[in-house]
Design a protein around this ligand. Structure first.
Ligand code: PLP
Length: 408
């Protein structure tokens, strides 16, 4: 019989969110009267905004006409959308042919691993979005480091965890970056809500460059940044074009979690050790195992980058940030220490001395609120709970009121 890819055996029990869903079902089976509210998964809940919706609908209608119909498009995305992304988000620092439109950041994170194969050393922030680690483990790129250092998770030896804790201001010690490897870095961060400053990113770029490593910079929450001094892209940092790839997404800023649209920036200066262009290979990946994002989604994305769409993006992200403010205030009122929520839609709440899954169970049981246990994002997430601001306002207000029961 055919052999299983051994990478799967190295994964921990299950992907975090299905596990939360399982516990939620189990709780409901035992307490059918409970009216649960989810502040757990980072899934958007507000409807699409009118201008963006019109972009989708108008294009979908055009597809039913002889003149307007289109089949496969360019795998890299519509030229007009690549140009708009380059202009709106990167102000000329990135050329349109360095923008590759995708069906979402998560899908691109998975495909990016094809570029580097299984012999690459990988480092992640700890805690981090689970896809960086699990994607790496599935592809089998989780060997031991030459210096003998091991990662912190059972089964994940070979992935280097860079702790991001209160003690280091949620920014890792750059001495621990791998040589000639990959560094996943997410800012604004999921799950902590921390945002790296320009000086921190400049230090990260310098360290990665010196070590010959590439940063995979996940900026999926950049549009939630309100503090103008904080960088929204790694390409605001000099030197990043030589050592960084950026993945980004329309999911959270315009509610395209289900519509599916994102992009990846691969600068032309990026090269492998043998001098071959990474941009060229990424183009090859996109044309070979990806056939382009949905054209309807791309027209929605284009509409979101017109002046009216950008206003809607701002008000939608403002709305979720308003939720975040309420959640953080409710927790701080109880004396829980928190970060995030001001430039990110996540609040990272600390429950010293307690296991995250125990706190998760207590909040579920006492408040009927579903959260995400911090330990699911890596060992440094133990004793933390992530609260997501992606809810309807009335649910968030109700959940915040119920959190009072924790103090009793
Ligand atoms: N990157 C981070 C840090 C995320 O939190 C998420 C989704 O929650 C994604 C990427 C996935 O984005 P997309 O919906 O574009 O696949």
């Amino acid at each position: 019989m055919i052999k299983r890819n051994p990478g799967f055996a190295n994964l921990t029990a299950g992907y975090l969110f299905p596990e939360i869903a399982r516990r939620r079902r189990e709780y409901l089976a035992a307490h059918p009267e409970a009216k649960l509210i989810s502040l757990g998964i980072g899934n958007t809940t507000e409807p699409l905004t009118p201008h963006v919706d019109a972009g989708l609908v108008d294009y979908a209608k055009r597809l039913s006409t002889k003149e307007g119909y289109a089949g496969y498009g360019d795998e890299q995305g519509l030229t007009a959308l690549r140009e708009r992304i380059a202009a709106v988000f990167y102000g000329g620092k990135i050329a349109a042919d360095e923008v590759f439109v995708s069906d979402g950041a998560k899908c691109d994170i998975g495909r990016l691993q094809l570029l580097f194969g299984r012999d690459v050393e990988v480092a992640v922030q700890d805690p981090s979005y689970p896809v960086y680690v699990d994607g790496t483990v599935i592809i089998g790129a989780a060997g031991s480091y030459s210096d003998g250092k091991k990662g912190g998770h059972a089964g994940y030896a070979g992935i280097r965890y860079l702790p991001c804790t209160e003690a280091n201001g949620y920014f890792p010690d750059l001495k621990d970056l791998p040589e000639n490897g990959l560094v996943y870095f997410c800012s604004p961060n999921n799950p902590t809500g921390a945002v790296a400053t320009k000086a921190q990113l400049a230090a990260l770029v310098e360290a990665a460059f010196k070590k010959g490593s590439i940063i995979i910079y996940d900026a999926a929450y950049a549009e939630f940044i309100r503090d103008p001094s904080l960088p929204k892209s790694i390409f605001e940092i000099d030197g990043a074009r030589e050592c960084a790839i950026e993945v980004n997404s329309f999911s959270k800023p315009i509610g395209f979690t289900g519509v599916r649209l994102g992009w990846t920036i691969v600068p032309k200066e990026l090269k492998y050790a043998d001098g071959v262009s990474i941009n060229g290979d990424w183009n090859r990946v996109c044309t070979t195992v990806f056939n382009g994002a949905s054209n309807i989604a791309q027209y929605g994305g284009l509409a979101s980058l017109e002046p009216e769409g950008l206003k809607e993006m701002r008000s939608l992200t403002d709305f979720y940030l308003g939720n975040a403010k309420l959640i953080r205030a409710a927790l701080e009122k109880l004396g829980v220490s928190c970060i995030g929520g001001d430039n990110a839609p996540y609040i990272w709440a600390r429950f010293p001395g307690r296991a995250s899954w125990d706190v998760f169970a207590e909040i579920l049981d006492k408040c009927h609120v579903v959260t995400t246990p911090g330990s699911g994002f890596g060992p440094a997430g133990e004793s933390f709970i992530r609260f997501s601001a992606f809810g309807h306002r009335e649910d968030v207000v109700e959940a915040c009121g119920r959190l009072d029961r924790l103090g009793k």
